[in-house]
Design a binder for this molecule. Sequence first.
Ligand SMILES: [Zn+2]
Length: 352
Amino acid sequence: MNELESQLHYPLGDDLPPAGRCITVAPGVKWVRMALPFALNHINLWLLRDELDGRQGWSIVDCCIHKDEAKAQWEDIFAHALDGLPVLRVIVTHMHPDHIGLAHWLCQRWNVDLWISALDYQVAKFGTMGPTAFGGERAADFFALHGLNAPDTVAQIRARTNYFPSLVPSVPDHYHRLLDGQTLRIGDHSWRCISGYGHAPEHIALYCEDLNVLLGGDMMLPRISTNVSVYEQEPEANSLALFLDSIDKFKPLPADTLVLPAHGKPFTGLHTRIQQLHDHHRDRLAEVLQACSAAPCSAADILPVLFKRPMDLHQTTFAIGESIAHLHALWFDGKLQRTLDTDGVLRFSASR
Ligand SMILES: [Zn+2]
C-alpha cells in the first residue's frame, strides 16, 4: 500500500471476491471481480437487486471484455450468485472495453436492455463499425504530430487497427439513456446519475443516498490515477480540466460514502481521494511547465517527465494521450504556447 492509499480506509480489509463468487458490500449490492489480460489485471463489476415491470432479479453494472474466459466467469456467477433470479438489465458506466465489451452478450443472454449515456453509446457503436474506426492510420498520424514518430513505432501503431472491435465486437441496437442528475429506481433504492468527463466521453457514476454508496466506475479509483487522455478523434480536447472539474461533483457527497470503484478495493475517504487527485495533477502540471520552460517539448518529450518507468508500446500509446492532456491543460490556461515545427511536430513552450 502506498502512502496516499494509507490515507483511505478499506472497510472490507483485504477480502476479495473469489472467482465465480461475490461479496455483499451493502444491502442488495454484490461485488464481482473478474480477471483482465492487461497490466490492469482485474475489473470490479456489481450486481444490484432489482425489480423491473413486476419481475424480481438483478441489474448488472459493467460487463468485462468480450472473451470466452469472461463469459465463463459470468456463467459461474449466474449459477451461484443470483439466488436463482434472472438478470433484468445491464447498466454500463462508460464505453471502455473492460466495461462494455460483453454488454451485447449479456443483453442477448438474458433478453434485456442496456442503460448507458448517449455519448458513450454512440462512440462505442462507432468503435465497433470497422477495424479503422479507432487507432490505426489516424492514431499513428496524431501521435507522430506529438513527437512519437520513430518509423517502427509509427508502423506498429498503423498496424493496430482492430483493438476496439476485438474487445467490443458489437453493442446492442438500442439503449436507455442515462443523463446527469437523472434518478434510476433499482429495486428498493434510487440511484442518481453523476456524469463525468475527461476519462470517457460521458461517464456515469451512480450514487444511492439510502445506502450511502457510490458506484464510481473509473472516475474515482483508490490506488491508480484515472487515465485522462487526448485521442485523435478530438485532437484538441482539454481532458484534464474536464476530469478535475468532474471529480469535484462528488464533493457534496457525505464524507463516509462507501465508494465502489471499477478497479481496486471498496473504500471510504472520498474527499481525501478527490484532494489527492488534484494534488497529483497539480504536481505533474508543475513538472510539465518546468520542462517546457527549459526547452520546447513535444508530448513525446514529456513522457519521461510524467512516467518514470519503462513502458511497452500499448502503455506508451496511453501515456502519450496523458502527456497531451497535461500539455493542453497548461496551453488552454495560457501558460504554454504551441508551435508546429518544420519537422511536423507540435512543441509547447512557456508563454512569453
Ligand atoms: Zn475506463
